[in-house]
Design a protein around this ligand. Structure first.
Ligand code: DHB
Length: 314
């Protein structure tokens, strides 16, 4: 990375030496995977979304790569929140923030988890997942604005650490306004835009079949195709949310140029999902190098020099 360029950022009061880190989901479920993130150039460690109790998740195959990205219906396989709470102590040795993703199966579960995390200083922030599309019978809270408000009202009675939310992608302009009106009423530290585009379908033409087993083949779409949707969500929430709410971009990032675009739209940090699955933790150093090269060529010394400064044509 050229010396004159800094990729440093601040999220929820925590300093990150690189604005690039993992999306919750890929390669962040076991302590070995979390250690690999700790030892990599990722700017932070974010855990797999945790439920109250450990879960095996949906039947396999449940994650398939395509030429343009991925489809998944994992079904929240995770070790249960106690495991990720305990891991917080170990995470401290890496000298970077440790964020915990929480995705209880009910509002009560979410409350119980955030209450149990209270007082643990080694958890730098909580990313509350409002957007898991893969558990049959459990609608995404983020598509129900009243439910989102009701959950946040209860969460903020109990939460101790700074809290952000992981949002699903929105597609209709009034929906951005409605969700922003909810979020602006709470002391939210950040929003992460976006989770996978829910319930897509990938087909193997030769076999005339779906490619993943759960939910008749329906699953969350990640990768190249979701970048324009992700950028639109980052941009919209950057313009609609209070200035103190940081935006974290997620969706379709596989190069430094993709990360540059997210930051230009307003992202203070950028998460990597499908490409992390494909490439492993080396993606963080590679993408950081590419982003630094672009910044140096443009004369930007840090990400605040261009963050949010997307130009329009009028
Ligand atoms: C899973 C998928 C998601 O997109 C998410 O936000 C949480 C969990 C899963 O299927 O495990």
């Amino acid at each position: 990375m050229p010396r004159s360029v800094s990729l440093a950022t601040t999220i929820a009061g925590s300093s990150l030496t690189s604005c690039l880190y993992n999306a919750s989901g890929p390669l962040c479920t076991t302590s070995e995977e979390l250690d690999a993130l700790g030892n990599s150039e990722a700017g932070a460690i974010l855990s797999k979304s945790a439920t109250l109790e450990p879960r095996a998740g949906n039947p396999e195959p449940r994650y398939v790569e395509t030429a343009w990205g991925s489809i998944n219906s994992m079904g929240l396989p995770n070790e249960g929140y106690r495991y990720y709470l305990e891991y917080a102590r170990r995470a401290q040795s890496f000298g970077k923030p440790y964020f915990m993703s929480v995705s209880g199966l009910s509002h009560d579960d979410n409350i119980e988890i955030v209450r149990a995390l209270a007082g643990e200083a080694a958890i730098s922030a909580i990313e509350l997942n409002l957007s898991c599309p893969n558990v049959p019978g459990k609608p995404q809270t983020g598509y129900d604005f009243e439910q989102s408000r009701a959950l946040l009202e209860r969460i903020f009675e109990y939460v101790d650490q700074p809290l952000g939310v992981k949002l699903p992608p929105y597609f209709d302009l009034p929906h951005f306004d409605m969700m922003a009106a909810v979020l602006n009423d709470f002391p939210i530290a950040f929003v992460t835009c976006v989770n996978s585009i829910g319930n897509g379908l990938v087909i193997d033409v030769q076999a005339e079949s779906v490619v993943i087993k759960p939910k008749s083949g329906f699953g969350g779409i990640g990768g190249d195709f979701i970048k324009p949707t992700a950028l639109a969500n980052v941009r919209k929430f950057y313009t609609l949310l209070r200035e103190d709410i940081a935006i974290i971009g997620c969706g379709g990032v596989k190069t430094g140029e993709d990360a540059f675009e997210h930051i230009l739209c307003g992202a203070s940090a950028v998460q990597i999902g499908t490409q992390l699955m494909r490439e492993g933790v080396d993606c963080f150093a590679r993408i950081a190098g590419e982003l630094s090269t672009i910044m140096q060529a443009k004369g930007y010394r840090d990400i605040d020099s261009f963050r949010g400064k997307l130009k329009s044509l009028d």
